[in-house]
Design a protein around this ligand. Structure first.
Ligand SMILES: *Cc1c(COP(=O)(O)O)cnc(C)c1O
Length: 290
């Protein structure tokens, strides 16, 4: 569940270091394994149910379903909408979370402030933006620090694309080197607000790199698919289709301001989410199988 490898890859003739958190565990990989590490490894007294909410294809939803299955907790998950197509053809994170026993509740008026959490229930904010995430992310930071020290990499900086910003914030807090990120879910202002909620001291916040253009989260962009496929061909690594394509494009967009040859990219998993994304890309752009 910890100690993922750091590898060297070449992409577009540039050498990158890559932290393979996608290889942590088959069922529990990527940054959700780090964020929920605390709940995996600690006995939660009197808790028998986890409640959360968000999109019906969320990586966090799937990871929580694995956690609940392993720990024998009930898992209640609220979502605004589930399309008839998905109900009739369960797929991706939705399908596997259901297989793990998730009880999904469709509620178009869901409001997290209305949820009354009982003593036996643990409520987890959307995407795992919780303070307990710091325990697992601190371990990730320590693994990175050790590698940098052992290999005497003085100029290295870390990059990872953000959703809630939880992973980037705690990494930045626990690492003595700079952490770069970009917003993928909301805009840069939203991301800064997220950072502030978890850490008041702005000096400890990651640096948000500017994007070439605005991306609507979950929307299909030909450029996202193209760079994803290109990365797979050149590096033999499958990245996720929601965050990583925006991350890589943003890195190259900032190539004049940052030293691309000294970037450690964090692969944060999320590969199960690719199943439905690829189907959508294939339908929209009439792509052949890869
Ligand atoms: C959840 C997730 C993110 C975003 O992580 P945050 O800590 O919410 O910023 C990025 N990439 C992948 C693959 C994820 O599953």
């Amino acid at each position: 569940m910890t100690n993922s490898p750091i590898q060297n890859i070449k992409y577009n003739n540039i050498n990158f270091f890559i932290k393979r958190d996608d290889l942590l565990d088959n069922n529990f990989s990527g940054n959700k394994a780090r964020k929920f590490y605390y709940f995996l490894t600690n006995q939660l007294d009197n808790i028998d149910t986890i409640i959360s909410y968000g999109s019906n294809q969320s990586n966090a939803m799937y990871s929580l379903s694995v956690l609940c299955k392993q720990k024998n907790y009930k898992f209640i998950y609220y979502t605004n909408h589930i399309s008839d197509f998905l109900k009739n053809n369960p797929n991706g994170n939705y399908k596997f979370a259901l297989q793990n026993g998730m009880n999904i509740i469709e509620d178009k008026n869901f409001d997290k402030t209305n949820i009354k959490v009982k003593n036996n229930q643990l409520f987890i904010t959307e995407g795992g933006a919780i303070d307990e995430a710091k325990y697992g992310i601190k371990i990730l930071a320590n693994e990175i620090s050790s590698y940098i020290k052992e290999n005497n990499l003085k100029k290295i900086k870390v990059f990872l694309p953000s959703g809630t910003g939880t992973t980037a914030l705690f990494l930045s807090k626990y690492l003595s080197i700079d952490v770069y990120t970009c917003s993928c879910v909301g805009d840069d202002e939203y991301l800064e607000k997220q950072f502030l909620q978890l850490e008041k001291n702005k000096l400890l916040h990651p640096t948000i790199l500017k994007k070439e253009k605005k991306f609507h989260f979950g929307k299909l962009y030909k450029s996202n698919y193209t760079i994803w496929l290109d990365l797979k061909k050149q590096t033999n690594i499958t990245f996720d289709l929601l965050y990583d394509p925006i991350g890589w494009q943003t890195l190259f967009y900032n190539k004049d301001n940052i030293d691309l040859n000294n970037i450690l990219y964090i692969h944060q998993g999320g590969i199960i989410g690719n199943i439905t994304m690829l189907q959508r890309y294939k339908r929209k752009y009439n792509l052949s199988n890869h």
